[in-house]
Design a protein around this ligand. Structure first.
Ligand SMILES: [Zn+2]
Length: 327
């Protein structure tokens, strides 16, 4: 072996042995903290984003930044817990592009704040909305041409809704009025459990109840009457007024027919109807193979011990305590 070959090989060995472990280490952790990421950005209104984080273990919170053109970071929001995965960034400028990134932080034993590494490329999203009619419905699109599946905050404050329940596909879609054109704006959709024999027809929202007894010693939160004994309600609880008594097996049937005729929904969904749909709001129950304008929403089943609805705003501390990761 000649000298130059020997030096080249030696150089390679040194390079591999010295730099590889450091490099591999640097990619995974910095200050012994794994690097979090922003996995999704959705337009929430003309001045806000909903950002989804991939959380990392053993940290105290996150800093969300905008990466400026010169590469410097502007802090947009501090998240003071390691429970939150969905963050709303408010006060953004309409029409502007943002390049977002995230660092995890941790308080060291001597009270110092140490941070993780971050993705210097970030995710770019433009705050821009356009609308287009398709098959008679008005859809909202972001700058990437993707349909926005919750347009509540793009609409004028005073608005009327109509609720459509597809009992075949187990999807509820809320529509808003589009001036004289009628209820042509799909606003949001929810997964539901109707009954196998829930009858179709046109009804209106009647009386509402914060807590209510159902049949077979079961109970609901945020209930609204559709007609007769047919109600919008949560999946059943085993005791009245107790948000920690969820019948988990019944909850896990959401997305399939499971009730005796009522329309069961997640807490977040039924509370939204309870809060936003006045008495007299039109409810259309129908059957169709077509899930609806936003498709069928995703749904994750719960483990047996999770005796509360993860979308229940009155039970959020329970998920925090267990550091749950839900959809
Ligand atoms: Zn949970």
């Amino acid at each position: 072996m000649n000298k130059s070959k020997y030096i080249t090989i030696l150089f390679f060995i040194i390079t591999i042995s010295i730099f590889s472990p450091i490099k591999a280490h640097a990619i995974e952790t910095f200050n012994n903290i794994n690097e979090p990421a922003i996995t999704n950005i959705i337009l929430r209104s003309k001045s806000s984003f909903n950002v989804t984080l991939s959380r990392v273990s053993d940290v105290d919170g996150y800093y969300i930044y905008n990466i400026e053109d010169d590469g410097s970071l502007t802090l947009l929001k501090t998240v003071n817990d390691n429970y939150t995965s969905h963050v709303t960034l408010k006060g953004m400028t309409y029409g502007r592009s943002y390049r977002l990134t995230v660092k995890a932080y941790k308080l060291s034993e001597n009270g110092e704040i140490i941070t993780s590494n971050y993705d210097p490329n970030g995710i770019t999203k433009k705050l821009n909305v356009s609308t287009r009619y398709k098959k008679g419905l008005k859809y909202y699109y972001d700058a990437d041409g993707k349909i926005i599946k919750d347009v509540e905050h793009f609409l004028p404050k005073k608005r009327k809704y109509m609720i459509k329940v597809n009992t075949k596909k187990c999807v509820v879609t809320v529509y808003a009025k589009d001036g004289r054109k009628g209820y042509r704006i799909p606003v949001k959709s929810f997964i539901c459990s109707p009954g196998k024999y829930t009858s179709s027809g046109t009804f209106t929202v009647g009386e509402k109840y914060r807590y209510r007894s159902l049949f077979y010693n079961s109970y609901s939160q945020w209930t609204a009457v559709i007609h007769g004994n047919i109600l919008f309600h949560t999946t059943p609880y085993k005791s009245y007024g107790n948000n920690n008594s969820l019948d988990v097996a019944e909850y896990n049937k959401l997305g399939t027919p499971a009730s005796h005729g009522c329309i069961r929904l997640q807490c977040e969904a039924v509370k939204w109807i309870y809060d936003n749909c006045k008495r007299g709001t039109k409810v259309v129950i129908y059957r169709s193979k077509n899930s609806g304008p936003f498709g069928k929403p995703k749904f994750a089943k719960l483990p047996k011990w999770h005796k509360w609805d993860p979308t229940d705003p009155t039970a959020i501390k329970k998920c925090q305590k267990h550091n749950c990761k839900h959809l």
